[in-house]
Write a protein that binds this ligand. Structure first.
Ligand SMILES: Cc1ncc(COP(=O)(O)O)c(C=O)c1O
Length: 470
């Protein structure tokens, strides 16, 4: 199963289609193509018994990729889209070629992983005792929360939770991965206390947090951890980490900061918003979001190794090891782990932290520009405060519109169908909003103009339709 004599030619061809892809990402598309009939036929084929020429197969793959939704394009403003970096894609090819398993000590690759964790921690201002790369914020969060559970309830990994009642605390706008962690850990989603947020900035209200913790302690419920979100997925809100750390310290509770989306901004002019970060027991950040590298590349950083070893360490007949020597498999959820750190290490080497900071400031500026332009043009409703980070919820308002929620839901769909921009809908305080998020190195202020203008044009064309439909 080798490419044999074809190898050079296949690599050259792969290089040429990759170059074409990167070139196409430099500009937004005017429309998003649908899957054509040739690809529909290809996609309904059964598994091939005999292989074909790799050049033909690569050409097919290239065509399928071109009919897929690429986050790399400059007006992809949906979800927390990011953009990928060329050097990151090259790193993925290299890491895949060497196919190192990071489960156990893997020589220089393990040193690169450790060094990259240190570089990230310096960049963000979190002094850590170590950490690992994982497949995403979800897994980083689960990894940290399992350690927090074992820390609060020693032996629970062996005996289960039996009759112990426990609770986790987080903002009402926390990412679902935290609820999922509670479900998977056997705590149950009902143990997740969703703390009310304040209206200015939408961060968690620490007074309510402390009240909930006290009520639980009085009722014999064991607090396992508080999750502070440093950049909520919905609006980019940052919970007051320092106030939360004070409460955690007072009651001896683990503090985890979920910075999957927003934490890279701790390296920018917004750093003061993250005050108290260094007091957290664990911190997660996704480099495949706002550090621009291709998916999936998350980092979990920790203050102490011991709770992780207690939560995950094991000695199996097929991986015997000295108890003193802990491998990543003894402290992380995943077993086989690809060399994810390489793409961030290479990106940091090639671009330097100054370029990262400049790109982040650029996205923050785009978000501010989008907010002010939407607010001032009179066509949109915006939140009553400037964007905390790079997420800018806006609502299109047409005078006399019978149902602004239906209108904005349909408008989000119309923008996605139109394809020149891509934006996701979101529900904020029960209302329907559009939620552009700026995390792409390729986006410019002109892209913001184009997005807003097309939203207005599509919105005006749309309003009478649902007005009569309802
Ligand atoms: C705040 C936050 N936490 C966790 C996640 C989950 O990250 P992933 O999709 O990498 O698992 C997200 C995803 O958007 C997020 O915004």
């Amino acid at each position: 199963m080798r490419l044999g004599e074809n190898r050079e030619e296949v690599l050259d061809f792969a290089t040429s289609i990759t170059k074409a892809a990167w070139k196409s990402f430099d500009q937004a598309r005017l429309i998003e193509p649908v899957i054509d009939s040739q690809n529909e036929a290809l996609l309904s084929q059964t598994a091939p018994e005999l292989g074909i020429d790799p050049l033909i197969a690569l050409n097919e793959a290239s065509s399928l990729l071109n009919q897929s939704l690429a986050h790399a394009r400059p007006r992809f403003l949906a979800y927390v889209g990011s953009s990928g970096l060329e050097i990151g894609a090259i790193a993925d090819l290299l890491a895949g070629s060497y196919d190192i398993n990071m489960a156990l000590a893997a020589g220089a690759a393990t040193r690169v992983e450790n060094q990259t964790v240190q570089w990230v921690s310096e960049f963000l201002g979190y002094e850590c005792a170590g950490g690992w790369f994982t497949s995403g914020g979800t897994i980083s969060n689960i990894n940290a929360l399992v350690a927090a559970r074992e820390n609060a309830l020693p032996g629970s990994r062996i005996h289960g939770l039996s009759k112990t009642k426990s609770a986790m605390y987080c903002s009402q706008e926390v990412h679902y991965s935290i609820v999922r962690a509670a479900e998977l850990m056997g705590l149950g989603s009902a143990s997740v206390r969703k703390v009310a947020i304040v209206s200015e900035g939408r961060g968690l209200n620490p007074v309510v947090l402390e009240e909930l913790i006290c009520a639980d302690i009085d009722a014999g419920v064991v607090p396992i951890c508080v999750v502070a979100t440093a950049g909520t997925t919905l609006t980019g809100a940052i919970d007051p980490i320092n106030d939360i750390a004070d409460i955690c310290e007072k009651y001896g509770i683990w503090l985890h900061v979920d910075g999957a989306y927003g934490l890279p901004a701790a390296s920018t002019s917004r750093a003061p918003l993250f005050a108290g970060l260094n007091r957290a027991d664990s911190v997660s950040v996704d480099a495949h979001k706002w550090m621009y590298v291709p998916k999936a590349c998350s980092i979990l950083m920790i203050k102490k190794q011991a709770p992780f070893a207690r939560a995950f360490g094991h000695d199996e007949a097929y991986i015997p090891h000295d108890e003193e020597i802990l491998n990543p498999v003894d402290m992380t959820l995943e077993y086989s782990r690809p060399f994810r750190a390489l793409k961030l290490w290479l990106a940091m080497r090639v671009h330097g932290m100054s370029e990262f900071r400049a790109a982040l400031e650029g996205n923050l500026a785009q978000a501010n520009y989008c907010y002010e332009k939407a607010r001032d043009c009179g066509e949109f409703e915006v939140l009553p405060f400037h964007p905390v980070l790079s997420t800018v919820p806006i609502r299109h308002i047409v005078k006399g519109c019978p149902d602004v929620d239906v209108h904005n839901r349909e408008l989000a769909q119309a923008i996605m169908n139109d394809g020149s921009s891509y934006v996701s809908p979101a529900i904020i305080d029960g209302q329907q909003w559009l939620r552009p998020c700026f995390t792409n190195i390729r986006t410019t202020l002109t892209d913001v103009d184009v997005f807003l203008e097309s939203a207005i044009e599509l919105g005006i064309g749309l309003c009478p339709t649902h007005g009569t439909a309802n």
